[in-house]
Design a protein around this ligand. Structure first.
Ligand code: PMP
Length: 407
């Protein structure tokens, strides 16, 4: 039993009533993006119908409404991730932009020749490439925490990698390919003891597990709105206030300045320092509505239900002959990845789509971890709290049929 009214939840998401190839849609591609409840869709529509304006700059009523709505969303984000101060919440385009911002603004100042940056073998390309670019620009070195055969990072190897040249540890909270929940609190604690800066990529954890940035202890926590029932094009960089205040701005322009002359610009304080130009106001408001929606259900309830669903799915898939599960760490979040003997991953994806079941196939923007397990691509069903045991059964039934046909 999910601990919430799952049928009522499903009715809140209009797209879940779509039919695909004559079959009810079974959306198991939540790690790529999640669907939006009508509460979010209606909130954005309300914004454009009644509140639309640029923020901060004008003295008229709509500017006040838009500013209030935008700042309310910032406060909701603060509450959702348990940040101490809403000024530490920076709206960005998504996880990718947040990590690039930190790599450029923080890394540009704090990383030099011979320094080291630690990531893990589990990372999404978004938490690899910006650090690689920074390392190349600065003559620094990228070090990678290896994973074991189940798909968990090796803490013993991490302890060996970390040293006096380590400047930052950037680590994913949940793997988007394996579903591994990484012990990020421990990773952060080990770094902090040595005064090393830390960043957590929360793209795959935000919708599946409670997040308390103060408890996690990192300097940065980043996520994308679209992975948590909010629109695309909006995301969050949370940073510890003193760390953000010591960083130079990333982009320059309107909104982030207090005073400009041709000789000199004085910047706005946080959060505006890092919000140059007109932001994605309506979608930030939509993100606030999405987080309020999740708060009403309860992220702890969601997490408990999803873990039961994932464990069930893992057990069912494991019983299919010729199916290889990739990533078998107990307590996985959301993601089930596998390959099937006799089929390309695309063939599996297309066969499932014919039955209305949407899963991602391919390299999932995380080639290194797939190669660690000896494959280039995988089939990746991924769950959210609106998925049901019945939908998992449908997935398993169709995969079992495919497996039987090749034997
Ligand atoms: N990190 C992880 C772990 C992800 O799963 C994703 C999205 N697949 C990203 C980063 C990048 O997120 P976005 O494309 O929304 O910027």
């Amino acid at each position: 039993h999910p601990g919430f009214d799952i049928q009522a939840v499903r009715r809140d998401f209009p797209i879940l009533s779509e039919r695909i190839n004559g079959k009810p849609l079974v959306w198991l591609d939540n790690a790529a993006t999640t669907h939006k409840p009508r509460q979010v869709i209606e909130r954005i529509s309300h914004f454009y119908a009644h509140e639309n304006s640029n923020i901060h700059r004008a003295a008229h009523t709509l500017a006040a409404r838009a500013t209030d709505a935008y700042e309310h969303a910032r406060e909701v984000v603060r509450r959702f991730i348990h940040a101490p101060d809403a000024r530490e919440v920076i709206f960005v385009r998504g996880t990718t932009e947040a990590i690039n911002l930190v790599a450029k603004a923080w890394g540009g100042t704090n990383v030099g020749e011979g320094d080291e940056i630690i990531i893990s073998h589990l990372e999404h390309h978004a938490n690899i490439v910006p650090w690689q670019q920074l390392a190349a620009a600065k003559g620094a070195r990228l070090r990678v925490i290896p994973v074991d055969d189940q798909g968990q990072i090796r803490l013993d190897e991490y302890q060996k990698l970390i040293n006096d040249r380590t400047k930052i540890v950037a680590i994913g909270h949940v793997s988007n390919v394996l579903g591994t929940v990484v012990p990020v609190k421990q990773v952060v604690e080990i770094a902090r003891r040595r005064g090393i800066t830390t960043l957590i990529d929360g793209a795959q954890s935000i919708a599946h597990t409670p997040v308390d940035v103060q408890d996690l202890g990192a300097d940065f926590f980043v996520f994308s709105g679209h992975k948590i029932f909010a629109p695309t094009g909006i995301g969050v960089l949370w940073g510890r206030r003193e760390v953000l205040e010591a960083m130079p701005p990333w982009q320059g322009g309107g909104n982030m300045i207090a005073d400009v002359t041709f000789e000199k610009t004085v910047y706005q304080p946080l959060p505006n320092t890092f919000e140059a130009g007109t932001g994605n106001i309506a979608d930030a408001v939509g993100l606030g509505a999405a987080l309020e929606y999740v708060e009403r259900i309860g992220i702890a309830q969601i997490s408990r239900y999803e873990h039961a669903l994932v464990d069930y799915g893992m057990a069912q898939l494991a019983s299919i002959a010729g199916l290889r599960l990739i990533g078998t760490v107990p307590g996985k979040a959301s993601v089930l990845a596998f390959t099937l003997d006799g089929y390309s991953t695309d063939e599996v994806g297309q066969a499932l789509n014919a039955e209305g079941i949407a899963v991602r196939t391919g390299h999932h923007c995380a080639q290194p971890i797939l190669r660690r397990f000896g494959v280039e691509t995988a089939v990746r069903p991924s769950l959210a709290f609106y998925n049901t045991f019945d939908e998992v059964d449908q997935l398993v039934r169709e995969v079992r049929k495919l497996a039987a046909r090749r034997r």
